[in-house]
Design a protein around this ligand. Structure first.
Ligand code: NAD
Length: 260
């Protein structure tokens, strides 16, 4: 099979949660494609056991441009400061709202505090990440793009996921609603819905994934977890000129998990 050869040179791409997992793979791919990458996370060090250096250092070492910016996306003031900061590099052209947290808790046991913590990072982070980036793009007269990280749980119920799934369902509608209002302004907003991906966040539900295809039962999808690198292409496509007529869409990258 062939490969695409994306070119984002001259563009500034902000990736939240870019230190680890999917965000790291996306940041590295944008860096490889020539973008100036700002990795916005609460920790520069990667959670990935096989990552020998922080994302921005890995991009620079490969000949690209990148920096780390400390940012807690659950605080809208920090997200606004992040978008302002990106003006040092000409302003954000592509905003990837990817940072996310997960806790495994039965519906009956979720506390208001736990709900707010998970919702604050996943949903509020994506909402204001989209809003501030879009306002800045419009102010600068740039046809920018936002790509949000949703999840297969945006449309599929799963045990112990209710509060997390609520945040991902919210991201689906943040993406669609923002796309509707921002299309006339030239800003596209899309989402990627990963299925199970082999990252640190997933450790909590790994056993559940093991049970995805119980022996002796009709085989279902997905038959394996993805590597983070297998997600990156969807983000680059949605952020690219090749997707110029695609907005409000969620691209499922889930090994077919949602088709059943
Ligand atoms: P991960 O834990 O490997 O990476 C998440 C990154 O987000 C980390 O670097 C972490 O430090 C950062 N982060 C956490 N809270 C933050 C905050 N408040 N502000 C800024 N950064 C913060 O997880 P991942 O699997 O790479 O997850 C990335 C996204 O993909 C999340 O939105 C997650 O919900 C989503 N997702 C993951 C899977 C999966 O199976 N791994 C499936 C569907 C969706």
């Amino acid at each position: 099979m062939g490969r695409l050869d994306p070119d984002f040179s001259g563009e500034t791409v902000v990736v939240t949660g870019g230190s680890s997992g999917i965000g790291r793979a996306v940041a590295l791919a944008f860096g490889d494609a020539g973008a100036m990458v700002v990795n916005a996370d609460v920790r520069a060090e990667s959670k990935d056991p096989d990552a020998s250096r922080p994302t921005h250092e890995a991009i620079r070492e490969a000949g690209g441009e990148a920096e780390y910016a400390d940012c807690d996306v659950s605080d809208p003031a920090e997200v606004e400061a992040l978008v302002d900061h990106a003006r040092e590099y000409g302003g954000v052209d592509v905003m990837v709202n990817n940072a996310g947290v997960y806790t495994k808790t039965r519906f009956r046991d979720v506390t208001p505090e736990e709900f707010d913590d998970v919702y604050g990072v996943n949903a509020r982070g994506a909402f204001f990440g989209t809003q501030y980036a879009a306002n800045d793009m419009i102010a600068r007269g740039v046809d920018g793009v936002v790509v949000n990280t949703s999840s297969d749980t945006q449309g599929r119920a799963a045990w112990d996921h209710s509060h997390y799934a609520a945040t991902k369902g919210a991201i689906r509608m943040i993406t669609r609603s923002a796309a509707l209002e921002l299309a006339p302004e030239g800003v596209r907003v899309n989402a990627v819905a990963p299925g199970p991906v082999a990252t640190e966040i997933r450790k909590g539900w790994a056993e559940e994934a093991e049970e995805m295809q119980p022996e002796g039962e009709t085989p279902g999808l997905p038959h394996r977890a993805a590597e983070p690198e297998e997600l990156a292409g969807a983000y680059l496509y949605l952020a690219s000129e090749d997707a110029s007529y695609v907005t409000g869409e969620t691209v499922w990258v889930d090994g077919g998990g949602h088709v059943a």
